[in-house]
Every structure is written in structure tokens, then in C-alpha cells.
Unconditional design. Structure first.
Length: 203
């Protein structure tokens, strides 16, 4: 049976969406093509009608996941005042909900270490999407030159992603919550703002 172009596109999109979830849950090598196709309700043999290789699927799935993340950021920042946009992104990212649901979360904490060992083609695709996330954070940093804002964005994003990795390692108990809280403070500079000023010693 020959399917329409629209049907093939819908099937392709379903595979990518399912793969994006499974890869974030299980890792880049934690699930095989046969299992991915089964999850999508398709046969293993149909895989190559949609993708040239497993690498091609991984790249598309990663791109899909990263695009969904930046879309969420655009949506939430559009609903708040400019001065609250960065804190809105950080607080949502460094939340228990994100920590506990890697399959629907940011792909970098879930896959970053594995992708760093993949082919140059895969790493290049990963780096491009990461750069887009950096630009998104840079746009939220006001009152400083763009170059300075970009450096701050890199530092903020690195803090956010590292915090999620650590919080997942710690589980979902008190220590994990403390890590999330500390990460939020560090990402937004709140720790310094909340620290009481030391009194000068009188000689």
C-alpha cells in the first residue's frame, strides 16, 4: 500500500517526537532503532523509509527537543515584564518538575556528555542549537553591551544545566531540592544579593 505524502510526513514527525522523549529518558545509546519504531507503533523495517541512518534520527530528535525548549522560553517570556524574563526562565528550568521529567525536559543535561563523544556532524548540530539557547538567554540580559550579555548568558546557562545534572544525580529528596535552590541563586546572582554585608573591623 502506498501512503500519501502527508501520511509519511505525519509518521516521520511521530517517530521524531517519540525518539526525542526516549533519547532524553534513556540516553543516546539507551534504546535501539527497533524499540524506537515499536514505541511509535511502526515496524523496524520502515525505519529507512524515513531516515538514512540512526545518526540522522538522533540529530532530528535532538533538534526537535531543543526547539521545543526555546519555544517554551519564548512563550513564558512573552507573558511577563522584560525585567522578569530571565528569572522566569531560570525558575522554570531549575524546578522539581523539570528535574523529575527528563523525557520532556532540556536535551543538554540528558544527552550532553554522550553527544560530546559522537561524530563531528552530530556535535555540530548540537552546538548550533546550544548557540541558539545562548542567544535566547542573551536577549533577556539588559543594560549591558551585547558581548558582555553573551558571556553572562553562557555562564547562566552552564549553571542551569549543571544544576539539573547534579539534582538528578541526587534524586528527588532534600539534597536535590537544595541543589536546585542553590543553582537558582547562583544563576541569578541572588546569593550575593541576599548575603549580609560584613561589618568593618574597628582597630
Amino acid at each position: 500500500m502506498r501512503y500519501s505524502k502527508e501520511h509519511k510526513q505525519e509518521t516521520h514527525a511521530r517517530i521524531v517526537k517519540k525518539a526525542a522523549t526516549r533519547l532524553r529518558e534513556k540516553g543516546a545509546h539507551g534504546i535501539g532503532v527497533a524499540d524506537l519504531m515499536k514505541d511509535a507503533g511502526l515496524t523496524h523495517g520502515g525505519f529507512y523509509a524515513h531516515f538514512d541512518s540512526r545518526e540522522a534520527l538522533v540529530i532530528e530528535a535532538f533538534n526537535y527537543a531543543m526547539d521545543r525548549a526555546t519555544e517554551r522560553w519564548r512563550k513564558v517570556t512573552a507573558e511577563v515584564a522584560p525585567e522578569k524574563r530571565l528569572s522566569t526562565i531560570v525558575d522554570g528550568y531549575l524546578s522539581a518538575a523539570h528535574r523529575d521529567d527528563p523525557g520532556q525536559g532540556c536535551a543538554v543535561p540528558a544527552l550532553g556528555a554522550e553527544i560530546a563523544r559522537e561524530s563531528p556532524k552530530t556535535r555540530k548540530a548540537f552546538a548550533l542549537k546550544l548557540d541558539q539557547m545562548i542567544d535566547m538567554i542573551t536577549d533577556q540580559i539588559q543594560d549591558v553591551p551585547r558581548k558582555t550579555a553573551r558571556k553572562q548568558a553562557m555562564s547562566t546557562l552552564a549553571t542551569m544545566m549543571g544544576t539539573i545534572v547534579m539534582s538528578r544525580i541526587a534524586g528527588n529528596g532534600e539534597m536535590s531540592d537544595e541543589i536546585l535552590s542553590a543553582g537558582r541563586e547562583a544563576a541569578l546572582g541572588r546569593a550575593a544579593a541576599k548575603a549580609p554585608a560584613k561589618k568593618a573591623k574597628v582597630n
